[in-house]
Design a protein around this ligand. Structure first.
Ligand code: FAD
Length: 511
C-alpha cells in the first residue's frame, strides 16, 4: 500500500493501450516497478490500425527504432484520410471526395488563406490549394525518401499497422529492454483498501498483485473503472449513432497492387466503411448504427464495397464488434486511471482513440504523482483535461456528418438535424460562416484536432463562409502561399518514391 513515494504500477490489460502506457512509463520513469497483467481468456480487440502523426513521437520516446517497427508490424505510411461520398454519395459522376491531410496548410495562422481561396479559386478543393499532401496521396507517393532519417518526414505522416503485430513488438520491447514484468493471468477479483483505494488484483494463478497505482487498460470490459468503481459512461449515442463495426482482413488481388497512403473512409446509406492498406493485406470494416441498420444490411454494404474495390472472392467472414459509444464520467478515481477502450470509445473515424491513449500516457508520465497525498489533485486535473478532450473529439467527429447533403436514409437525415449536434458545434458553425476556424476557438495548444483539421473537413464538406473580399496585400500574401504549395507539389511528386516501392525497399534493407 502506498505510503510515501510511488514505487509500483500495475497495468491491467495487454492490448495496444496497456503496452503503450507500460512502455512510456518504463522509458520515462525507470525507477518505477511496472507489472502488466493480461488474460489469456480475454482476447485483445485486434483492430485499431490507423494512427495520428503523434505516434512517431511516442515510438521514439519508448525507444523503438522506426525500421524495426516497419519490419515487424506490416507498416504503411498514412498522410491523412480521404472521405468518399460523405456529402452526396460515393457512386456515379456526382460522387464526392475530399481529403483531410496531416500537413498544416502552408501559411496557416499567418495568411488569410480561406478568403483568398474564395476570392480567387473557389472551385478548387481547399486542401489541394493549401497542401501538397493531396497530390502525394493521389499519385501514391511516399511521404519521405529512402535517405530521410528515421521518423523524419518530407510530408507529415502517421502509420497504418497490424494491431496484433504492434502489440507483440511493444510487449517484447517493454519486457526485454525496459524491464516491465509480464504476467499472463486472469484477474477475477479486485481487493479494496480501507480508504477505498484498490489494494490488489486477485489472479487465478499468481495470487494477489498489489501496487501503488493501477492503470485500467482492460478494454471494453473496463474491469476496474467500470465494474469495480462503477463510473458510468457519458453516452454519446444521441450525437454519434454508430455502435457496431464489422472488420475483415482482405488480401490483395496481386501482391504489387498500389498501396494507399491515406485511410479511405467511404460513406454508405447507414454508416461508413474504412479501408486501410497494409503492405500484404487491407484492413476493411463497416461501421454502422444498430438503430438504423441490421447486421445483415451492414454485411451486404461491406460485400458490395469489397467487390467494387477488387477484393478476391475468397476472404474470411467478418466478425461483429458491438459497443456503447461514450466516455467515462471520470477517468481517474482514487489510485486507478483508465486509458484506452476502458475509458471510452466513440467510433474509429479519424483514429482518435490511440491518439487519446498517447496523450493520456504522456500526461501520466509528466504528472506522475510523487505520493498518494498529491494523487487526488493530479486526478482531478487529469479528469478535467480529458473530459475537455473527449468533448472536442465528439464535436470534430460530428462535423463530418452534420454538413451532409445526403438524403438517402433516416441515418443521414438525423445527422443533419441540429438537435443532434453538440452545443458547441451549434454555436461555432454560424461563426465559421463569417470567418475561418482559428486557434482561439480551441482551449489547448495540443488539441487532438486543431483549427486546420476543422478547415479541411468544413470546406471538404462544401461549407462556404461568406466572401469578404480581402485587400490586395492580403491576397498577395495568400497567393505566395498557394504558389509555394504548387512548387512543393511539383518537386515532391516526381522526387518522392512510390509508396509501395519505398515500403518494399525498407522491408528488404531491414531484413
Ligand atoms: C472497430 C474498431 C476500430 C478501431 N479503429 C481504430 C483506429 O483506426 N485507430 C485508433 O486509434 N483506434 C481505433 N480503435 C480503437 C483501438 O482499437 C483501441 O483504442 C486500442 O486497440 C486499444 O485497445 P485496449 O488496449 O484499450 O483494449 P484491448 O485491445 O481490448 O485489450 C484489453 C486487454 O485487457 C485484458 N483483460 C480484460 N479483462 C481482463 C481480466 N479480467 N484479467 C486480465 N486481463 C484482462 C485483455 O486480456 C486484453 O489484454 C478501433 C476500435 C474499434 C472497436
Amino acid at each position: 500500500m502506498l505510503s510515501e513515494r510511488l514505487h509500483t504500477v500495475l497495468v491491467l490489460g495487454g492490448g495496444s493501450a496497456g503496452w503503450l502506457v507500460a512502455g512510456l512509463l518504463a522509458a520515462e520513469h525507470p525507477d518505477l516497478q511496472i507489472t502488466l497483467v493480461e488474460s489469456d481468456d480475454v482476447p485483445v480487440i485486434g483492430v485499431g490500425e490507423g494512427t495520428w502523426p503523434s505516434m512517431r513521437d511516442t515510438l521514439q520516446r519508448i525507444g523503438l527504432s522506426e525500421s524495426d517497427f516497419i519490419r515487424r508490424c506490416q507498416v504503411s505510411f498514412k498522410q491523412g484520410s480521404r472521405f468518399d461520398g460523405w456529402m452526396r454519395g460515393a457512386g456515379g459522376a456526382d460522387g464526392d471526395r475530399y481529403y483531410h491531410p496531416f500537413m498544416l496548410p502552408v501559411g496557416h495562422g499567418d495568411a488569410d488563406l480561406v478568403q483568398a481561396w474564395l476570392a480567387t479559386d473557389p472551385a478548387r478543393p481547399f486542401a489541394d490549394l493549401v497542401s501538397p499532401s493531396v497530390q502525394l496521396c493521389e499519385a501514391g507517393r511516399a511521404p519521405k525518401q529512402v535517405q530521410t532519417p528515421e521518423f523524419g518526414a518530407v510530408a507529415n505522416y502517421a502509420y497504418h499497422f497490424d494491431a496484433g503485430l504492434f502489440g507483440q513488438l511493444l510487449r517484447e520491447h517493454a519486457v526485454q529492454r525496459l524491464g516491465v514484468r509480464h504476467v499472463v493471468d486472469h484477474v477475477d477479483a479486485v481487493l479494496s483498501a480501507d480508504n477505498g483505494d484498490i489494494a490488489a488484483l486477485r489472479t487465478r494463478g499468481h495470487g494477489e498483485l498489489s501496487a501503488d497505482l493501477f492503470i485500467d487498460c482492460s478494454g471494453l470490459a473496463a474491469r476496474l473503472i467500470g465494474q469495480h468503481f462503477g463510473v458510468p459512461l457519458n453516452s454519446e449515442r444521441e450525437v454519434l449513432f454508430n455502435d457496431a463495426a464489422m472488420p475483415v482482413q482482405v488480401p490483395y488481388a496481386t501482391p504489387d497492387q498500389p498501396l494507399a497512403t491515406c485511410t479511405i473512409a467511404t460513406a454508405w446509406a447507414k454508416g461508413w466503411i474504412w479501408d486501410i492498406g497494409l503492405p500484404s493485406r487491407r484492413g476493411v470494416g463497416c461501421v454502422f448504427s444498430r438503430a438504423h441498420a441490421s447486421e445483415d444490411e451492414a454485411q451486404a454494404a461491406l460485400q458490395v464495397y469489397l467487390e467494387a474495390t477488387g477484393a478476391p472472392r475468397e476472404r474470411p467472414a467478418p466478425r461483429v464488434i458491438r459497443y456503447d459509444p461514450g466516455y467515462r464520467q471520470q477517468f481517474w478515481v482514487r489510485n486507478c486511471v483508465a486509458i484506452g477502450l476502458s475509458s471510452g470509445f466513440i467510433e474509429p473515424l479519424e483514429a482518435s482513440a490511440l491518439a487519446l491513449v498517447e496523450l493520456s500516457a504522456q500526461r501520466l508520465c509528466a504528472e506522475l504523482p510523487m505520493s498518494r497525498a498529491s494523487m487526488d489533485t493530479v486526478a482531478s486535473r487529469f479528469n478535467d483535461d480529458f473530459s475537455y478532450r473527449w468533448a472536442r473529439v465528439i464535436d470534430f467527429l460530428k462535423l463530418h456528418y452534420a454538413l451532409t447533403q445526403r438524403d438517402d436514409s433516416d441515418y443521414w437525415r438525423a445527422h443533419r438535424d441540429p438537435s443532434t449536434w453538440p452545443g458547441r458545434l451549434r454555436e461555432l458553425l454560424p461563426m465559421w460562416r463569417l470567418r475561418a476556424p482559428a486557434r482561439h476557438d480551441f482551449g489547448r495548444i495540443d488539441e487532438v484536432f486543431p483549427a486546420a483539421s476543422y478547415q479541411y473537413v468544413l470546406y471538404g464538406m462544401g461549407f462556404r463562409p461568406v466572401l469578404q473580399p480581402p485587400s490586395a496585400a492580403k491576397l498577395q500574401d495568400a497567393q505566395a502561399c498557394f504558389d509555394e504549395v504548387a512548387r512543393q507539389a511539383r518537386r515532391f511528386v516526381p522526387g518522392l518514391p512510390g509508396h509501395r516501392s519505398l515500403i518494399d525497399h525498407l522491408l528488404k534493407t531491414a531484413a
